[in-house]
Design a protein. Structure first.
Length: 253
């Protein structure tokens, strides 16, 4: 799987299938052959997938501000009184995200079948995603909930180190973390987190990059062909793990 496929699957709120370290490096080599280093408005427009900064420019660009209609604060309480399972998941998810992003506004992901961070059924899984804006700029987040037979469904199936790492959740849940891109301010970053708990596979993702206006429908994309719209991801790995550990997001809840 190339990075573009992983990102497209992330955008739908679902976990990517397999992304190897070799594949990440190969994608980076291909991208470096395809793209030139471009400087625009004092920002770095090209970054390698392996995390090395291609061009360094003093100072950070001003935050990207949301424009157009559709940006709104989350209102989880309107879902909390419902008996519908998707609404219950939405209540718990939006409550957990709002606590970690106070003052942020959200916009519907165009690829989603529901509003920003509104959970909906997609086959045998539940999914939600949104664009998110705060004082640092614009990013995107996605979440997925699906049945899993056991921890073996979740553990190191995405890729090998150093792209992937393992840890445990707050209650000892097995967690796999994928980090693609750079680690410095305004480098492209994509984080995927997968957790297993009580027969449920939980997925969360965050990125600081969105497709630019020049992307054509159906055009293959890789990570550095995204437009970086904030210095780092809107939610950290610790944030994503804590959100996935909310008991009400389990299929057994």
């Amino acid at each position: 799987m190339d990075l573009g496929t992983a990102l497209r699957e992330y955008t739908d709120g679902g976990p990517p299938t397999r992304l190897t370290s070799a594949g990440v490096l190969a994608a980076g080599h291909r991208a470096r052959h395809r793209r030139r280093m471009v400087l625009a408005a004092g920002t770095v427009a090209a970054v390698t997938v392996t995390g090395a900064l291609v061009v360094a420019i003093p100072g950070d660009p001003p935050p990207v501000r949301p424009s157009g209609p559709g940006w709104t604060a989350l209102d989880p309480q309107r879902f909390c009184a419902s008996d519908d399972r998707a609404d219950r998941f939405t209540c718990s998810l939006q409550t957990a995200v709002s606590r970690r992003l106070p003052g942020a506004t959200f916009r519907r992901n165009p690829a989603a079948a529901a509003g920003p961070l509104e959970v909906y059924r997609d086959g045998d899984r539940w999914t939600a995603s949104a664009l998110v804006a705060d004082e640092h700029g614009i990013g995107a987040i996605g979440f997925g909930i699906s049945p899993a037979a056991g921890p073996g469904d979740v553990k190191e199936q995405l890729c090998e180190p150093p792209v992937c790492s393992e840890r445990t959740g707050p209650h000892g849940e097995p967690v796999t973390v994928l980090h693609v891109g750079g680690r410095r301010s305004y480098q492209n970053q994509l984080i995927n987190v997968r957790m297993y708990a009580a027969g449920t596979q939980l997925f969360a993702s965050a990125t600081n990059a969105t497709f630019g206006a020049t992307a054509q429908p159906g055009e293959a994309q890789v990570l550095e062909q995204q437009e970086v719209t904030r210095p780092d991801v809107p939610l950290t790995v610790d944030d994503l793990v804590a959100i996935l550990a909310v008991p009400d997001l389990l299929l057994t809840s």
